[in-house]
Design a protein around this ligand. Structure first.
Ligand code: ADP
Ligand code: MG
Length: 228
């Protein structure tokens, strides 16, 4: 058992979605702790509840049952406004579809989260440069997303997720739209970011991708069936 500070803890968390007259048990009885410096994969087939779990970790959604703690604080005790602030400040998101704004160049895209979490302009510029250097995209800083390859777009999305220096980086199928060689370089980047001390949660349906992380949480039909 590591004694690194906990970042996120789930205690018997469930998420149910109403579906007409019935309900979908998207997540059932989930308990785990993610500590600072960990690199964790959430692995499971399509529909197993991975995105549901990740949305809860990033408090984009609230649990139906159970309790979620962020840095030891129960989320239920934090107002929605405050949650939005904490999310903007402390959580970085990376998605399968990159989600870059096509009319903005790489620098402006990377800077976007600082709109919600303002820092002095001089610091903002330095942070953007640092994030782009981390992902090796400085040479393309003035390009627009349409002028980049898929792998380069995902690097920019990762820079955008890092620009706030978040406490935890969440990535949902970040290599899902990439060929296997490019996916490998993106996974190398996550490995390096973790080696530098960043806490990372990576959602994937691909056991080969999950094998890149030290810890794997397997989900099936909304249940955690293995955590190793
Ligand atoms: P995964 O990311 O592993 O593919 P999801 O977390 O997206 O799985 O979905 C888990 C289950 O919950 C699926 O059966 C899905 O259809 C259902 N689900 C997800 N989001 C919603 C929603 N907003 N409303 C109703 N059902 C949902
Ligand atoms: Mg999903």
């Amino acid at each position: 058992m590591s004694d690194a500070p906990e970042v996120v803890r789930f205690e018997r968390v469930a998420k149910r979605y109403p579906m007409g007259d019935s309900v979908v048990d998207a997540l059932v009885d989930a308990s785990f702790t993610i500590r600072e410096g960990e690199f964790v994969s959430i692995l499971g087939p399509s529909g197993s509840g991975k995105s549901t779990l990740m949305h809860l970790v990033g408090f984009l959604d609230s649990p139906t049952e159970g309790e979620i703690f962020f840095e030891g604080r129960p989320l239920a005790s934090i107002s929605p406004d405050q949650r939005a602030c904490i999310r903007a400040e402390k959580i970085g998101f990376v998605f399968q579809a990159f989600n870059l704004l096509p009319r903005m160049d790489v620098r402006a895209n990377t800077r976007l989260p600082l709109t919600y979490h303002p820092v002095p302009p001089i610091n903002a510029a330095a942070r953007v440069d640092r994030a782009l250097e981390l992902v090796d995209m400085m040479p393309r800083a003035d390009h627009r997303p349409g002028q980049l390859s898929g792998g380069q777009r995902q690097r920019v999305a990762i820079a955008r997720a890092l620009v706030n220096e978040p406490r935890i980086l969440l990535a949902d199928e970040p290599t899902g739209n990439l060929d296997s060689r490019t996916a490998g370089t993106i996974l190398d980047l996550f490995t390096e970011l973790n080696r530098q001390g960043r806490t990372i949660v990576l959602v994937t349906h691909d056991a080969n991708v999950a094998a890149r992380s030290r810890r794997q949480i397997h989900v099936m039909d909304g249940r955690i069936i293995r955590d190793a």
